[in-house]
Design a protein around this ligand. Structure first.
Ligand SMILES: Cc1ncc(COP(=O)(O)O)c(C=O)c1O
Length: 369
C-alpha cells in the first residue's frame, strides 16, 4: 500500500528552498516589512507575467474582492450576483460591502456559473457580477461579458483558484473590469501565509483599490477616504517573487497529471470526469470527479492510503450562514447535485505518474468489486 497525500507542498518547494531562504533573509535584514521594494517588484513582475498594466498586492483575495467591490461603489441596497458553488470568501466579500449576495446556479455538466441564471437574477439593484473560475477552469466569459455589457454591469473575476488558466488564449483576470487572485499556500501561486492581488483596467479604480486597502491614503498621514488595512507583507512578496517564475511550469505539470487521470479513468463508466468547456485551458487547481457513491469511494481510497477532498460538501445556499436567504434544498439543483457527488482526487504539480496509476487502479478496483 502507498500513501498518497492530497497535496504535498514540500515537494514543490524542495528545489527552490535555497532561494526562498535567501529571499526571507533579505526581508529580515532589510527595513521594509509591509509594502516597500519587494512588494513593488512583485507587483511589477506579476503584471508583466500576465500582461496587464498594474497589479496591487493585498492581504488576501477575500479583502481584495472587498476592496474591488467597494472601489466600484458597491454598498448597502445593492445586489451582487455570484455563483452558489464557490468558497465562501467570494460571497463574504459581497456581504462585507453591505450589499446583498444573489446566488446563481452552475451550468449543468460543469462546475462554473450558469450565465442564463445570471441573467435571470439581474434586477434594478444589481451592481456587479462576480464569476469564479472554479477549480482552475475559466467561467463562460464570452456569454457573461455579453450579459454584463447589455446591462451595463462591471464584472469582477474571482481568479483565486485559476492563476494561469486561459480562456480563448487569454489569461483569466484580463477580461473583466477587475480581477482578484489568492496566494493562499495551496493555490497555483501559493505563498507562505495569506496574500492576494488585484488588477483593474481603469486606473482610477486601481487607485481607489490601492487606497482603500491602505487606510484610504496615498501619502502617509493624509487620508483621502476611509479605508482599511489589507496590504501585502514584504516577506510574502519576496517569497512569491521566487515562486512566480515557476508558475507556468507548475501549471504545465498539473495539466500533465490531469491528462494521466483522463487516460486511466476515462473508461470507468460510473465516474464523470471533469468536463473542459469550449475555449478553456484549465490549470486544475483541484481535480474533481463525480461519483454516484462518493462516500463509499472516499472511504475505500482512504483505506488504500489515498487522501481526497470535498470542494465543497455543501453549496452555499445550504450553509447555515445563508439560512436567512431561505433558499433550501432544490433551489440550486445543479450545484446541489455536484456537492452531493463530487470527490477531489490528489492534485499537485509533483504528483508522480506512479502515484496517479496507483490511485486509478484503486478506483478501478472499487468499481470492479
Ligand atoms: C474561489 C475563491 N475565492 C476567494 C478565495 C479567498 O482567498 P483568500 O484565502 O486569499 O482570502 C478563495 C480561497 O479559498 C477561493 O477559493
Amino acid at each position: 500500500m502507498k500513501n498518497v497525500p492530497f497535496l504535498d507542498l514540500s515537494r514543490q518547494h524542495a528545489p527552490i528552498k535555497k532561494a526562498l531562504r535567501a529571499a526571507a533573509r533579505r526581508v529580515v535584514d532589510g527595513e521594509y516589512y509591509i509594502g516597500g521594494p519587494e512588494v513593488r517588484d512583485f507587483e511589477t513582475e506579476m503584471a508583466q507575467w500576465m500582461g496587464v498594466k498594474e497589479v496591487c498586492g493585498v492581504s488576501c483575495a477575500t479583502m481584495g474582492l472587498f476592496a474591488t467591490l467597494k472601489g466600484l461603489g458597491v454598498g448597502p441596497g445593492d445586489e451582487v450576483i455570484t455563483t452558489v458553488h464557490t468558497a465562501i470568501p467570494t460571497s463574504e466579500s459581497i456581504t462585507l460591502t453591505g450589499a446583498r449576495v444573489v446566488f446563481a446556479d452552475i451550468k449543468e455538466g460543469f462546475f462554473n456559473i450558469d450565465p442564463d441564471d445570471i441573467e435571470r437574477k439581474i434586477t434594478a439593484k444589481t451592481k456587479a457580477i462576480v464569476p469564479v473560475h472554479l477549480y482552475g477552469q475559466a467561467a463562460d466569459m464570452d456569454t457573461i461579458l455579453k450579459i454584463a455589457a447589455k446591462h451595463n454591469l462591471p464584472v469582477v473575476e474571482d481568479c483565486a483558484q485559476a492563476q494561469g488558466a486561459r480562456y480563448r488564449k487569454k489569461y483569466v483576470g484580463t477580461m473583466g473590469q477587475a480581477a482578484v487572485f489568492s496566494f493562499f499556500p495551496s493555490k497555483a501561486l501559493g505563498g507562505f501565509g495569506d496574500g492576494g492581488a488585484v488588477t483593474a483596467r481603469d486606473p482610477d479604480l486601481m487607485k481607489r483599490i490601492r487606497m482603500l486597502s491602505n487606510h484610504g491614503r496615498e501619502e502617509k498621514y493624509y487620508h483621502e477616504i476611509e479605508g482599511f488595512n489589507s496590504r501585502l507583507d514584504a516577506i510574502q512578496a519576496a517569497l512569491l517573487r521566487v515562486c512566480l517564475p515557476h508558475l507556468d511550469e507548475w501549471n504545465a505539470a498539473r495539466r500533465r497529471v490531469a491528462g494521466w487521470y483522463k487516460e486511466r479513468l476515462g473508461e470507468v463508466e460510473q465516474l464523470a470526469l471533469p468536463a473542459v468547456a469550449d475555449g478553456c485551458e484549465p490549470i486544475w487547481h483541484v481535480y474533481v470527479v463525480l461519483a454516484p457513491d462518493r462516500e463509499a469511494l472516499q472511504q475505500h481510497l482512504k483505506e488504500w492510503g489515498i487522501s481526497t477532498g470535498l470542494h465543497y460538501p455543501m453549496s452555499l445556499n445550504l450553509q447555515p450562514a445563508y439560512a436567512h436567504l431561505k433558499q433550501g434544498r432544490g433551489s440550486f439543483p445543479n450545484a446541489e447535485y455536484a456537492c452531493d457527488h463530487m470527490l477531489s482526487l490528489p492534485m499537485f504539480p509533483d504528483l508522480t505518474q506512479d502515484e496517479v496509476e496507483y490511485i486509478c487502479e484503486v478506483i478501478r478496483g472499487f468499481y470492479a468489486a
